[in-house]
Ligand binder design. Sequence first.
Ligand code: FDA
Length: 510
Amino acid sequence: ASSSQDHNQHFLQCLTDQFQHSNLDPSNVIHTPKDASYDSLLHTQNRRPASTFPLRPLLIITPYHKREIKAVIYCSKKLRAQIRVRSGGHDYEGLSYSSKVPFVILDLRNFRSISINTKDKTAWVEAGATLGQLYYTIARHSKTLAFTAGVCPTVGVGGHISGGGYGMMSRKHSIAVDHVIDAKVMNVDGQILDRRCMSEDLFWAIRGGGGASFGIVLAWKVELITVPETVTVFNVSRTSEHNATHLVHRWQYVAEKIDENLLLRLFLRSFVSPILGKRTIQASFTSLYLGRVHHLLPIMQEKFPELGLVENDCTEMSWIDSVLFFAGVRNESLDILLNRNPPRRPYFKGKSDYVKQPIPINGLKGIWKFLHEEAEIRAELELSPYGGVLSNYSESETPFPHRAGNIFMIHYGIAWNRPGNIALEKHMNWIRRLYSYMAPYVSKNPRAAYSNYRDLDLGMNNEGNTSYEQASVWALKYFRNNFNRLVHVKTQIDPSNFFRNEQSIPPLLS
Ligand code: FDA
């Protein structure tokens, strides 16, 4: 404890000196464990990572100026502490706010300004802004401009965009990284690089390879997309008693090929139906169509008549209202999009898979058994269709390699409230058994995964050096053949491996 206090004091001293030297005011920026602000800043939506990483940060820094960030890099290098950069704090394994070795949190919540240029349809977005704030700000400027990225408004653009960014318009407009046209990144020497002065390799790497391996992303410049003034949404649920198994099976043949203006997302869970008075499977088809309902209905009638979609199931609205709809927000003003606090899921674990061949009916029935297994489990599978323009990009265009040939991505999620190891083990065991059951039905060699749904079960780096071979175990799943180029960029940009975490790209060992 005393050596940790010493480390803490040394870091604080170093940072205070650096701030004084640069005429910076440390109040409200440096938060020590003695400050009341420290605990509330540390507070996270998912408490599970704390069971793997009990260490608390030496300090939490919430900078307003780039020079403050530079000072943090300087002191971290000098005192050999890791920096964990946090933008929105949604990392599935908590790597933006926890570590096994002494570290500080650089929390970018005050780096969140957004400037929209409606004329050239672009925006500069600082890394600490949330998706909700970005969507809100765009909607304030225009009814027909939008951005293609994730569904949850409290996700931070810093982490999200550097890992991909899939959302309800991805079949028509692809993912967030495909719309990044410039960026500002602070490197290991504290220099700020934009696209003009960073190498094409680095600009490529941060668009899907995870920013945390290469530097601190300060801001993204993104191109906005054009959407119709009116879009259509629906959320139609069917239970096992109403043909859910057959519909889910059929969906696999439809969702990837259907009109790219339509994204049919599918949520699967087990629940006790008050009408049936028993436990059943519920399949919810949660969908966005970029157009009016009278155009949507004939498409559904032709391609997916089994669902029986009718006009009454559909609602026309603006794109920004659809953002609230998919976030599960009802009867609230748009201002709720500015709220940074994510929904609380005390303990949560997620995993992902890619599916290239439809899962047969028997395979689906096996999934239902898992979903039914534990009455109190809050478990859900989210099936996100690919196809559309996602298939138009080559695998190596960005480090995000999941393009043509993928029918859909599966997100497995489980949340629970009970603290303690018994609950932890039980629920982790459940999701790991389900993942192992799914092996025959999903992509192979490597079994692919989405890096934004970070999963430390796939493998981890050492605390010291990590070889290319060791990191390949997890990295080939996220990046496939792009891993080689990511290692090459890392070796050029950060050979001493200053920016690192349990799943960062390692440099080649000399
Ligand atoms: P956080 O701040 O935790 O950072 C994540 C990682 O990026 C960490 O390694 C961190 O150090 C690094 N990082 C963060 N900011 C950085 C910066 N400025 N420079 C360098 N490195 C930085 N995904 C998706 O594609 N579609 C979706 O719809 C959703 N929905 C969703 C909902 C919920 C409730 C959660 C918890 C997550 C999602 N995601 C998602 C996954 C999400 O995209 C992923 O967790 C992102 O990494 C979150 O980015 P944050 O900035 O919030 O995370």
